[in-house]
Write a protein that binds this ligand. Structure first.
Ligand code: TXA
Ligand code: MG
Length: 320
């Protein structure tokens, strides 16, 4: 596996029908030419991803929306205009150009224009869009740096990893579908519900099990580290009761209490800045996984802005 910042090498392998890991502003992806069924199959194989879980198509510009989707609701156009390039994925009726192997046979397609500069340069080199799910084995934490990709896929047939540094957002894109023209959030993500609502008014957030049918990737256990994780309100009591355990505490803000011997603090943002928490969350989970902790404990964040997305990922990561 080669890691580098050469968009010509990346485009060479993609044209040959190979899989290339790409950086985006949200998380890294495993990319292939959407029109090459064999190449797309390699993505499923690498991730060990069920075939009924469709892929997001990454476009080079907003204009391509009209090429790959049909019957586009007005509010979808407004959202694309407001947030592309950026961490927003729109699920729309697919045009005849979208092959069935991208959508798991569904009549809809998930589209997004990413904001990462080096990825846009790569997309502009290519005459096809890129199908790309997050670059992790199914159900594991998404990769936010090439270091994580190396950890996951070192011995796998992944030809090239395009280096893009650490992902600026650190959480996956927000996925929005439509029902009779009205937007519905299928997956909370790096674009907050509040920002979406500023542009299109009130939106519903789908809960399981409905989103299992609409967005099959939203299994309740997902985004999980290897170390077991749980929500604890009284961490001092938990540490007292589990003296024999080595415990990691995911938190933010200033901690003034005395820290028990069996507890290590992983502070995601001393200023309690939710953007910073989001950016650091997955990387911190990776770090903890490599340090042999028995348990990760956390408290939920306030349910607003990115706090809602962070809480969603914490819940999924801790589901057994
Ligand atoms: O930020 C992101 O969205 C990253 C980067 C690489 O772009 N990608 C990503 O892809 O998170 P993935 O495959 O890990 O998650 C995509 C989700 C899955 O839950 C999938 O079921 C859903 O999008 N999805 C894809 N196509 C869909 C469709 N036609 N209808 C409903 N859900 C769809
Ligand atoms: Mg994923």
């Amino acid at each position: 596996m080669r890691i580098g910042n050469d968009i010509f090498e990346a485009s060479y392998w993609l044209r040959k029908g190979e899989v290339v890991a790409i950086p985006t502003e949200t998380v890294y992806g495993l990319a292939a030419n959407i029109f090459n069924e064999k190449a797309v199959e390699k993505i499923y194989h690498l991730k060990n991803r069920p075939k009924n879980n469709p892929l997001i198509v990454h476009l080079k510009s907003e204009k391509e929306l009209f090429k790959y989707a049909i019957n586009i609701p007005v509010k979808a156009k407004i959202l694309a205009n407001a947030f592309w390039p950026g961490p927003l994925t729109l699920v729309l009726e697919k045009s005849g150009l979208i092959p069935n192997h991208i959508t798991s046979g569904k009549e809809t397609v998930a589209l997004r224009v990413p904001a990462k500069k080096i990825l846009l340069e790569l997309l502009n080199e290519l005459d096809f869009p890129l199908a790309a799910p997050s670059a992790n084995p199914s159900n594991r934490t998404s990769a936010t740096s090439t270091h994580h990709i190396n950890n996951y896929f070192n011995d796998k047939p992944l030809h090239y990893v395009l280096e893009g540094g650490e992902c600026e957002k650190g959480l996956e894109s927000t996925i929005i579908g439509f029902e009779r023209g009205e937007p519905i959030i299928y997956r909370l993500g790096a674009l907050s519900k509040e920002l979406v609502e500023k542009v299109v008014g009130k939106v519903k957030v789908l809960n399981e099990p409905t989103n299992l049918i609409l967005a099959p990737g939203m299994f309740s256990k997902h985004y999980a580290p290897k170390t077991s994780m749980q929500n604890i309100n009284n961490w001092e009591e938990f540490c007292e009761k589990n003296q024999d355990k080595k415990i990691a505490f995911l938190t933010a803000g200033i901690i003034s209490e005395t820290i028990p011997n069996n507890l290590t603090i992983f502070n995601l943002s001393e200023q309690n800045d939710l953007d910073e928490v989001a950016r650091k969350l997955y990387n911190t989970l990776f770090e903890i996984d490599n340090l042999n902790f028995d348990e990760i404990i956390f408290k939920y964040f306030p349910e607003s802005q990115l706090g809602s997305t962070i809480n969603d990922r914490l819940t999924r990561a801790s589901n057994k």
